[in-house]
Design a protein around this ligand. Structure first.
Ligand SMILES: Cc1cc2nc3c(=O)[nH]c(=O)nc-3n(C[C@H](O)[C@H](O)[C@H](O)COP(=O)(O)OP(=O)(O)OC[C@H]3O[C@@H](n4cnc5c(N)ncnc54)[C@H](O)[C@@H]3O)c2cc1C
Length: 430
């Protein structure tokens, strides 16, 4: 029997599904890589588009990639389920029972053995222990949450029209998620009017609350200012330097005691890695629970465990801040491991991971987009906006699809989207 090396990838997001797709069946000095991908969702969605799924301006069923189908096409195994714990000594990953939405057990709790484990579990918003957030706020950190948000926002818009009362939507967090969601919700209200929801634009009142001095702290100031002006022009009330102390059933309580009233509250601030990483006893973790990795993305104390993307913390040599939790970093780290993991497993030298900052983009729905072109490339440092920036944003997603499905299929998917945009409703109506 040929030698097999069991590679388990937990988390099939931007980084994980790419790694499983490209490493399955690869020959290494330790044997053929038998790859198993674990995810708690049945399908992969490019996370930077979750706000569009939440608003219903993109159709989840057109944009998602089924893990089972991807596994069949690329020769890896898919294990559905929530990672509940990782036992480093036994080299096993335990999965919680898989339940239907009604709570029926589909699969019992299981555990999987690994020779090498890649952690790609992403991150979620961080409420920093703010009272009431868990009870009263929605988040859009996962495919299921984005779908649940969309169900809720459509019901609330209908109710507000039927009852002839305003619908306040308050979003905490002026990072890319909050800013992009605010714009997308404006677009949802506007597009709803085309389908008979007349008055929706006036009824839906969106407020964006940010504790920092400005929006988009990770972006250049020029982009933050331009995005704020555009949001305000779209009717979004933007409040910076505003600290939320509590989420109540009626809205967000601020530090000065006032209440920002809202019928729908969204928490999109802060970033932290999943709690399950705390079960990894003995590994170094950063403040947001991310696993600390070295320059080859190997965890600092366990040569059999690597971590990538938002759940990893890598401090590049000579810098004073770890890499940011972005799709760009996750993508480049996935690329690095698909190229170099076979050498790393064989104990052969591999270059250190080097992040190349190609810039950052923020998209305000169909209205506008802003970006800067980063520290690499021909036009480094340039500021872009409008159609060019929107195209840049779309290209990030399309290149991810090409990585997953190949050039022809990825291009066909793009074409299908263009056709659907012409022949199907522009928002989810069912
Ligand atoms: C609305 C929104 C907009 C964004 N826009 C941008 C942008 O414009 N540009 C940009 O660079 N970045 C953007 N980001 C950030 C970007 O999406 C993340 O940095 C990127 O997705 C990280 O990739 P990842 O592979 O580390 O994790 P993810 O893509 O989040 O994947 C993690 C995977 O792990 C799975 N998982 C998590 N916990 C468990 C568990 N316990 N058991 C089993 N499976 C689990 C999840 O289901 C998911 O499939 C945005 C994020 C959001 C939410």
């Amino acid at each position: 029997m040929p030698d097999i090396h069991r590679l388990v990838v937990v988390g099939g997001g931007v980084a994980g599904v790419d790694i499983a797709t490209h490493l399955a069946g690869r020959q290494t000095a330790l044997g053929t890589l038998a790859v198993t991908l674990v995810d708690r969702e049945p399908a992969h969605v490019w996370k930077p588009m979750l706000h569009t799924i939440a608003a219903g301006t993109q159709n989840i069923f057109q944009q998602q990639t089924s893990y089972v189908a991807q596994a069949r096409d690329h020769g890896f195994l898919f294990q559905p389920g929530e990672v509940a714990g990782i036992d480093r000594a036994a080299r096993r990953v335990s999965l919680a029972p898989l339940l239907t939405t009604e709570g029926r057990e589909l699969l019992a709790a299981r555990s999987l053995g690994y020779d090498t484990l890649i952690l790609a579990l992403g991150s979620r918003a961080n409420d920093f222990g703010t009272p009431g957030v868990a009870e009263h706020c929605l988040t859009i950190d996962s495919r299921s949450q984005a779908m649940a948000f969309n169900d809720e926002v459509r019901i609330r818009i209908l109710q507000s029209l039927v009852r002839d009362s305003p619908l306040g939507i308050a979003i905490v967090g002026g990072g890319a998620t909050g800013v992009e969601l605010a714009a997308e919700l404006v677009e949802l209200a506007e597009l709803s009017e085309h389908y008979g929801a007349s008055g929706a634009v006036k009824k839906v009142r969106i407020t964006l609350l940010e504790s920092g001095k400005r929006l988009l702290a990770a972006f250049p100031e020029r982009i933050a200012d331009a995005a704020r002006r555009r949001l305000e022009k779209l009717g979004v009330a933007v409040h910076t330097g505003t600290h939320v102390t509590e989420a109540t059933p009626g809205g967000f309580r601020l530090q000065d005691g006032s209440l920002v009233e809202a019928g729908l509250m969204v928490w999109a601030a802060g970033v932290k890695a999943p709690d399950v990483l705390s079960t990894l006893e003995g590994l170094d973790r950063a403040r947001g629970n991310q696993v600390i990795v070295g320059p080859t993305l190997r965890t600092s104390r366990d040569a059999d465990i690597y971590a990538v993307g938002d759940c990893a913390s890598l401090l590049p040599a000579g810098q004073d801040r770890p890499l940011p939790p972005t799709a760009q970093v996750a993508h480049q780290q996935a690329l690095y491991l698909t190229r170099h993991l076979p050498d790393l497993l064989a104990g052969r030298p591999a270059p250190d991971f080097r992040y190349r900052d190609f810039g950052s983009l923020v998209s305000l729905g169909g209205y506008d987009a802003f970006g800067s072109l980063g520290k690499f490339g021909f036009l480094k440092g340039w500021f872009i906006r409008g159609r060019v920036a929107q195209l840049g944003h779309a290209l990030l997603y399309r290149s991810h699809q090409v990585r997953l499905h190949g050039f022809w299929r990825g291009s066909l998917l793009w074409l299908v989207d263009r056709i659907n945009a012409r022949v199907r409703p522009s928002i989810r109506l069912d």
